[in-house]
Write a protein that binds this ligand. Structure first.
Ligand SMILES: [Zn+2]
Length: 72
């Protein structure tokens, strides 16, 4: 699967949803209505991380998406 290269994703692996406080791993994105629903995140709620790591997302208070990350 190719990551989204366009803004605001810019090829980042980890993308957060500011409203749901969830972080997604786009390399393991779950498609479909029960999946990550990345296209449903409104642009102002899209968060990327610097550095682009799960640790940084966790540090900033994001929970892990159960569909693509789970309890890792
Ligand atoms: Zn997800």
């Amino acid at each position: 699967m190719v990551r989204r290269s366009e803004p605001p994703f810019n090829g980042c692996r980890y993308v957060g949803d500011r409203r749901k406080r969830l972080v997604h791993d786009l390399d393991r994105e779950a498609r479909g209505v029960r999946g990550c629903r990345i296209p449903d995140i409104v642009l102002p709620d899209v968060v990327t991380f610097e550095p682009d790591t799960l640790r940084e997302a966790y540090r900033r208070g994001f929970d892990f998406c159960p569909s693509c990350i789970g309890e890792e």
